[in-house]
Design a protein around this ligand. Structure first.
Ligand code: F6P
Length: 334
């Protein structure tokens, strides 16, 4: 069999480990052929390929980013009338022309949706979920997430120095436009005093109140972790609390560098399981982690959905029990 493999969407730590997991299992266990496709779906449109062998799959475990490159190309997105139809037809033609038996798509929500649409057109597709945002529906965890949380936690740790020395409010914006998983986990791990999640929104008066309550208790500084989907105005905090307020946006640093051991293991397991599915001829599925087991679900189940932080998440409840503010009226979350 000949497997095509691509990575699409934002890069994240662990993609190379999953390429290695798919590829080494395919080569050494099943004697399959493996063809890398460069820059996501763009590579299939432009026939930009990179054949992978045992040598090129070595040394990848600790490497950040993706050796295949990536893009946000969405072949089904309608730009001009008919253009997306042409693109999907080109992808079908190039898939067949390259003699592929299956296409492995490593990516987040958008990629899994495209993978599903391609499988509907008759391609044999397997999805592997990846993203630092941890917001792919149907898997308990995506690789890249814990590495990003670790980086964000270290950033919050370091902000404590300036916050306490200058007696300031330090706001840190973390990635995750619609899903606040990184903000919640890094906020809790880094000891943020106020955690604002895109899913819950916030009331600036509650944020200011929480800061002033800390001042009353003799705590001269506060750390606010905020999900990137939320706007926050430092001037409004300064005006209401009288405390100097500064904002740091951590940005792409969260996506960079070498994956933690956890993400390497998850990526390896998901990659290996993807190849197992291919060997069994089970297509149209996304490999996933559910209840600590590596499983798979139909791509149809995940396509178009987003896994956001539920308001009754245990870590939010624990934060509330410890006096952390989530910037909202708590009766909303019960
Ligand atoms: O990969 C997910 C993510 O990091 C989001 O948190 C963020 O909103 C988005 O990617 C931005 O990425 P880019 O600028 O590469 O599109």
């Amino acid at each position: 069999m000949k497997i095509g493999i691509l990575s699409s969407g934002g890069d994240c730590p662990g993609i190379n480990a999953s390429i290695r997991g798919v590829g080494k299992t395919a080569l050494s266990h099943y004697g399959m052929e493996i063809l890398g496709i460069k820059s996501g779906f763009l590579g299939l449109l432009e026939k930009d390929y990179l054949p992978l062998d045992d040598l090129s799959l070595s040394g990848l475990l600790s490497l950040g980013g993706t050796i295949l490159g990536t893009s946000r190309e969405k072949p089904f997105k309608k730009i001009l009338n008919g253009e997306s139809e042409q693109k999907s037809q080109i992808i079908l033609d190039h898939y067949r022309e390259s003699g592929l038996d299956c296409l492995v798509c490593i990516g987040g929500n958008g990629t899994q949706k495209t993978a599903y649409k391609l499988s509907q057109l008759g391609l044999n597709v397997i999805g592997i979920p990846k993203t630092i945002d941890n917001d792919v529906w149907g898997t308990d965890m995506t690789f890249g997430f814990y590495t990003a949380v670790d980086i964000a936690t270290e950033a919050i740790d370091r902000l404590h120095s300036t916050a306490s020395s200058h007696k300031r409010v330090m706001v840190i914006e973390l990635m995750g436009h619609k899903a606040g998983w990184i903000t919640l986990y890094a906020g809790m791990a880094g000891g943020a005093d106020i955690i604002l999640l895109p899913e819950l929104g916030y009331d600036i008066n509650k944020v200011n109140q929480a800061i002033m309550d800390r001042t009353t208790k003799g705590k001269s500084y506060s750390i606010v972790a905020v999900g990137e989907g939320l706007e926050i105005d430092c001037k409004r905090i300064e005006k209401a609390t009288g405390i100097e307020t500064r904002k740091t946006t951590l940005g792409y640093v969260q996506r960079g560098g070498s994956p933690l051991a956890y993400d390497r293991i998850l990526a390896t397991q998901l990659g290996g399981h993807a190849t197992e599915l291919i060997a069994q001829g089970q297509f149209g599925r996304m490999v996933c982690l559910q209840n600590n087991q590596i499983r798979s679900i139909p791509l149809q189940e995940t396509a178009g959905k987003l896994k956001t932080v539920p308001a009754d998440h245990d870590l939010i409840a624990q934060g509330l029990r410890m006096g952390i503010s989530f910037g909202i009226d708590y009766s909303i979350i019960g």
